[in-house]
Design a protein around this ligand. Structure first.
Ligand code: IPE
Length: 259
């Protein structure tokens, strides 16, 4: 089984509210259709989630009733992006089934409290391709919370122990510092926990509502420890995702879990 996370920065224009990159979505769907094993697709929210989530502070403790409407709005918006992804996968010849975290996962103070992985298992056994996404979910303590695609990757990796986990980003992989901020950076061919001290994780702009880059890399390392192999590849470069899901050598960063 292959687990793929399509980052919101590849699927959307992250600076413009609810603007999808439809050509990229169509191309990536075709590249995923060549997967040699059953596939689980997780996608981020990009500008269909982060902008309003930040504006209404949906990542913080639950503050007031106006956040309910904002939470509902974001749940609706991420479903719109999800429908675009599902349509593209259908067109590429797959049989995708959308499994929304708002219904299948709950949190307690920002941590996963329950996750219905059996729905994923049942559909994949049937031969369908489960698709899930970063979403606004129930939280016992906060009321609502944000569940990122990376959190879903971890839950799915723990439940299904994939052959391969592929993180699709808008850069070539993990660099020694942010390539959008500095020029003297080097792409890391591989990353393991002991490399983290040597990386400059200073954020480029407003922090992402689902956490820092360092937090994301730490979670990727944890996911990698539940997968045969894991890597970060650039989804903006044609055929990188196709090659990565097929297990061919590809430019990117290998994520090495374990101590
Ligand atoms: C974000 O999910 C979810 C919401 C903001 C509702 P992700 O954190 O996985 O999304 P991207 O990949 O960064 O866009």
């Amino acid at each position: 089984m292959i687990l793929v996370k399509l980052g919101g920065s590849v699927l959307t224009d992250k600076a413009r509210l609810r603007v999808a990159r439809k050509a990229a979505i169509a191309r990536l769907a075709k590249e995923l259709a060549g997967a040699p094993e059953s596939l689980f697709v997780v996608h981020g929210a990009g500008s269909f989630g982060h902008i309003l989530a930040r504006r209404h502070r949906l990542g913080d403790a639950f503050l007031g009733k106006d956040q309910l409407a904002a939470g509902a709005r974001v749940q609706r918006d991420v479903k719109v992006l999800d429908a675009l992804v599902v349509d593209a996968l259908l067109k590429a010849g797959l049989a995708p089934v959308s499994l929304p975290p708002s219904a299948l996962l709950s949190m307690d103070d920002g941590r996963v409290a329950s996750f219905d992985w059996k729905a994923f298992r049942d559909y994949v056994v049937l031969g369908l391709t489960p698709v899930t996404f970063g979403d606004v979910v129930r939280d016992r303590t906060r009321g609502l919370a944000i569940c990122s695609g990376d959190v879903l990757m971890l839950e799915l990796a723990k439940a299904f122990r994939p052959t391969r986990a592929v993180f699709v980003a808008d850069v070539d992989g993990l660099f020694t510092a942010d390539p959008k901020r500095r020029r003297d950076v080097r792409l890391l061919e591989s990353v393991r926990a002991s490399d983290l001290d040597g990386i400059d994780f200073t954020p480029a702009g407003i922090p992402d509502v689902t956490g820092s880059i360092e937090g994301k890399v730490r979670r990727m390392l944890e996911i990698a420890s539940h997968a045969g192999e894991a890597m970060i590849v650039n989804g903006n470069v044609k055929n990188r995702v196709r090659d990565a899901v097929r297990g061919r050598p590809v430019a990117g960063t290998r994520v090495v879990g374990g101590p």
